[in-house]
Write a protein that binds this ligand. Structure first.
Ligand code: DGY
Length: 329
């Protein structure tokens, strides 16, 4: 029997072509997010769901689709999917790690450099016709080379950020709940630091931790208060890791030098005052948004869905801690 699936957003052609011969597709072929009501209606009767991080996969949704066997999200993060509820119902959840590592690390660096060297402010200054003559003290930023970079979360992306930092001659610290072994640590060029120590010593702190249950506000008032005065915070991971209101206060007071953000606590809304701050560089969750990477992510998500529904084998990247029984390990 051809499996019925719902695709919640327009996909790169290549990913759609992978699915077309094997599935009966209900396609929400738009660039905008599917409204919740429509999602709940259209998921009924489906065995597969190919979704994005904008779709909350929770017990309410699952109750509408009792025949659902697989949820495949076109993202590395799966905090929008209730894994426990999926596992209980025997639904395999797949995601797309690996293919976006380098692209996301590139973008963390784009934010870091933009903040430190005031690239966006400079662009606005020039376009506003305010550049009248070269100035010795005009738009002074902060050096990056030779400074200390603190990486919070030292998985694939954190380590890719560290590789780039070596080229800038930075002193690299990392914090992760799992410390690397001595050989891997040496190869990474980074030294382990406790979380508070990293915050105190870093000129730039960049977040690459997953948002786990209870992991919200990893950076709150207290953490911001121990960060080095004038330092910078970069977040390309998940918005709720940072108490955004506290961050706005730290940026307004000048306690922090700047922030480069790609993700927000209540995305797509911003905390009051954030968009007014000249020392914040704000991007609309585009760290993995290169043509090449988004194509790979969508194709990997499509393959994950096919693995479960058509080939009846374990997908390359299963998010459930204990994969549901029908999937061979
Ligand atoms: C993810 O994949 O989780 C990102 O946030 C989007 O690339």
């Amino acid at each position: 029997m051809t499996p019925k699936i719902l695709i919640t957003r327009r996909l790169p052609e290549k990913a759609f072509e992978l699915l077309k011969p094997h599935c009966e597709i209900d396609y929400y072929d738009r660039e905008t997010a599917i409204p919740r009501r429509e999602l709940l209606k259209r998921v009924a009767g489906k065995e597969g769901l190919l979704c994005l991080l904008t779709e909350k996969v929770d017990p309410e949704l699952l109750s509408r689709a009792p025949g659902l066997k697989a949820v495949s999200t076109v993202s590395v993060g799966f905090d929008h999917v209730d894994l426990g509820a999926c596992s209980e119902r025997g639904i395999v959840v797949t995601h797309t790690p690996g293919v976006l590592t380098e692209t996301t690390a590139d973008f963390a660096w784009a934010l870091l450099l933009s903040c430190a060297r005031r690239v966006v402010e400079g662009d606005r200054f020039l376009r506003a016709g305010r550049y009248k003559a070269w100035g010795l003290t005009m738009l002074l930023g902060s050096d990056v080379h030779g400074k200390t970079l603190g990486i919070v979360g030292f998985g694939r992306i954190g380590r890719a950020v560290a590789r780039r930092a070596k080229g800038f001659g930075m002193n690299i610290l990392y914090y992760d709940h799992r410390r690397l072994d001595a050989v891997a640590e040496r190869e990474s060029g980074a030294s382990f630091a406790s979380f508070p120590d990293l915050l105190r010593r870093s000129d730039f702190v960049t977040l690459h931790a997953a948002l786990e249950a209870g992991g919200a506000h990893l950076i709150g008032e207290k953490e911001l208060s121990i960060m080095k005065p004038g330092s910078f915070l970069i977040n390309t991971a998940r918005g709720p890791l940072v108490d955004e209101k506290a961050l706005v206060r730290a940026l307004q007071s000048g306690r922090l030098g700047g922030a480069g953000l790609d993700v927000y606590e209540k995305e797509p809304r911003l905390a009051p005052g954030l968009s007014k701050l000249p020392n914040a560089v704000l991007a609309p969750h585009i760290a993995s948004a290169s043509v090449e990477t988004r194509t790979k992510m969508a194709a990997l998500a499509a393959e994950g869905l096919l693995d479960v529904l058509v080939y009846h084998r374990r997908p390359a990247h299963v998010a459930n801690p204990q994969p549901p029984a029908p999937i061979p390990s």
